[in-house]
Unconditional design. Structure first.
Length: 206
């Protein structure tokens, strides 16, 4: 997956609580196992009207938020049913960071595994960032993962906490497979030794 180091981008304000995974990506779009092509269905019920046309009142249908890379919301983002398609849809749209006071545990974990930073900040701070984001394209927010600060458009730096191991994975672009491949030499050595010491066992296909 792509590395996450420093992100400076447009932040879309979504001042709502309990944005569940069915709002993020409705169940009818979960038939695919591909990680691409889901961005068009992100927030489908809020983003489109009954006739399929865009809802002009929804933030991601407005400029400059069509190109948002950050979402700022309120409590319990990603609640509801477990579905990895939720971070897939966010990522396919272009979202790399969601800032909220707290997240549902499964969505929180899935986000890290897919290269999205779910960033917990107090409600009062989220309210400030939402007001910043309403200023439009000139009000870009910076998320500096290495330094662990969010930089407001006025230059104020807001520190945040992140698990050191998860930080390492994002900074280096390592998902579960990437972590395993880091031990490729040791795995190859084990397989070679196994063949020599236990030649009667079946060979594991590569």
């Amino acid at each position: 997956m792509d590395k996450f180091t420093t992100l400076t981008g447009i932040a879309a304000p979504m001042p709502m609580q309990n944005i569940d995974t069915d709002k993020v990506i409705p169940a009818r779009f979960l038939k695919t196992i591909k990680r691409t092509g889901l961005g068009v269905h992100l927030f489908d019920a809020m983003r489109y009207l009954n006739d399929g046309s865009e809802n002009p009142d929804f933030v991601l249908n407005q400029e400059p938020y069509r190109k948002a890379e950050i979402i700022i919301a309120y409590e319990n983002f990603g609640c509801g049913s477990s579905r990895e398609h939720a971070p897939w849809a966010l990522l396919d749209f272009g979202i790399r960071c969601v800032i909220a006071p707290d997240f549902a545990d499964i969505f929180f974990n899935n986000s890290f595994k897919n290269g999205i930073l779910p960033l917990r900040l107090p409600r009062a701070v989220c309210e400030k960032l939402i007001e910043d984001s309403k200023l439009g394209g000139n009000a870009r927010v910076t998320v500096d993962l290495e330094r662990q600060v969010v930089v407001r458009p006025n230059g104020e730096e807001i520190p945040f906490e992140v698990d050191p191991f998860r930080k390492h994975l994002l900074l280096n672009g390592l998902d579960d497979i990437g972590q395993t491949l880091q031990h490729g030499q040791a795995i190859d050595g084990y397989e070679t030794g196994r063949k020599q010491s236990q030649p009667w066992l079946p060979t594991i296909a590569a």
